[in-house]
Design a protein around this ligand. Structure first.
Ligand code: MG
Length: 382
């Protein structure tokens, strides 16, 4: 299995083992098992009803955290497969990367972080780690999913984790001293590639963005020219939504190809480098990157999305509503913890009141949080 991989790939035998030792599986590699454990987790299923940009009830065609995570996993697998890196490892990290998101997207996270000041704060990456190491309950022998050490380190985007299992501390220290594994860094880039392009599509579908606005963006303009020139008759005959999807597909393919070819040529300049030696490189020499033009183009797209979509009145309104619901629930459960399910009450002794409330609320889907709000407040509007 490892024999076909690039020398700088994270090999299956370099997974670092698990915090609770387990025998190897007869036909699944350690990273394939991690992927399977993630897909079968409760937290993963709940991503289907959590906001990406549009709240889950806004429409059936918009991305959710679940479809976003699947898109990130798909792109990560393609890129790593194409570069000879460990696609199973990248896939596991991609599937885990958004598990810790609170309901109502970033606004849910921000308000929870505000409410948790003085109690360790709240941050979705840290919460993802907490879910897979403590909160998921599927095994008799241990809490969490007992993922490989390499997968856990791949999930540590920031070397800060709150209220963690003390056995994680050596991994955190190790992660803080080095670059991420190539597969982890690529999965992180794929997260950005996926959300930039699908948020553009969802924003256009929702009518919050329009084609004229996009003409100011060089990456969009170049892609439109290229798609139009490749088959002018079909382009002119096509309805606008089909044109949009064709242009976005072209853009995404260009971003992926750019990341792959830049990374590949920088890797080629490091002959004999191993996964371990690459993680010791200074940031400037780390091989995963875009060309300067693509980096700039993507930054422009991201800025555009912030200004025109994420801060649009309709999205801000949905965010504000979500914030109010989370705030109400937090205060309610802190005042009356017995309203929480028994297993969250039981966790209070070890984790503290506020952390247990934060764990309970952050695990909620948008619709479950709405229902709890309505049940407890007797109102439909926060
Ligand atoms: Mg993401």
């Amino acid at each position: 299995m490892d024999g076909r991989l690039h020398p700088a790939a994270c090999l299956h035998r370099e997974s670092g083992g698990r915090l609770h030792a387990e025998p190897d599986h007869s036909y699944r590699s350690c990273f394939q098992r991690d992927r399977d454990r993630l897909i079968h987790s409760k937290a993963f299923r709940r991503l289907g009803y959590k906001t990406q940009v549009f709240v889950n009830s806004a429409g059936d065609n918009y991305r959710t955290r679940l479809t976003h995570s699947l898109e990130v996993a798909q792109i990560s697998r393609s890129i790593c497969g194409g570069l000879g890196l460990n696609a199973d490892f990248a896939e596991a990290i991609a599937l885990a990367h958004d598990l810790g998101h609170a309901p109502f997207g970033h606004s849910g996270q921000d308000i929870l972080n505000h409410l948790m000041q003085g109690h360790g704060g709240f941050e979705h990456n840290s919460q993802s780690l907490r879910l897979v190491t403590a909160l998921e309950s599927r095994y008799l022998q241990f809490e969490g999913l007992n993922l490989c050490r390499a997968t856990l380190m791949g999930m540590m985007k920031r070397p800060h984790v709150y209220d963690c299992d003390p056995t994680l501390l050596p991994l955190l220290e190790l992660r803080a001293q080095r670059q991420p594994a190539l597969e982890a860094s690529l999965a992180d880039h794929c997260d950005r590639i996926a959300y930039i392009h699908h948020d553009l599509e969802d924003g256009l579908d929702a009518g919050l963005l329009n084609l004229e606005m996009l003409e100011d963006l060089p990456l969009w303009r170049e892609a439109r020219f290229a798609v139009q020139a490749a088959d002018t008759t079909s382009y002119q005959r096509a309805r606008p939504p089909l044109r949009i999807r064709s242009i976005l597909r072209y853009m995404m393919d260009r971003a992926i190809s750019d990341l792959m070819s830049e990374t590949e040529s920088r890797l080629a300049a490091l002959p004999g480098a191993s996964a371990a030696s690459i993680q010791q490189l200074p940031a400037a020499d780390y091989p995963v990157r875009y060309s300067a033009a693509m980096r700039q183009g993507l930054a422009e797209l991201q800025r555009f999305l912030f200004e025109r979509l994420y801060r649009s009145p309709r999205v801000m309104q949905m965010s504000r509503r979500g914030e109010r619901i989370v705030e109400f629930l937090f205060q309610e459960y802190c005042a009356r913890p017995r309203l929480m399910p028994e297993h969250y009450q039981q966790r209070m002794e070890a984790a503290g009141l506020e952390r247990s409330v934060s764990d309970y609320i952050s695990g909620m889907t948008d619709r479950y949080a709405e229902l709890q709000f309505q049940g407890l407040s007797g109102r439909t509007q926060p």
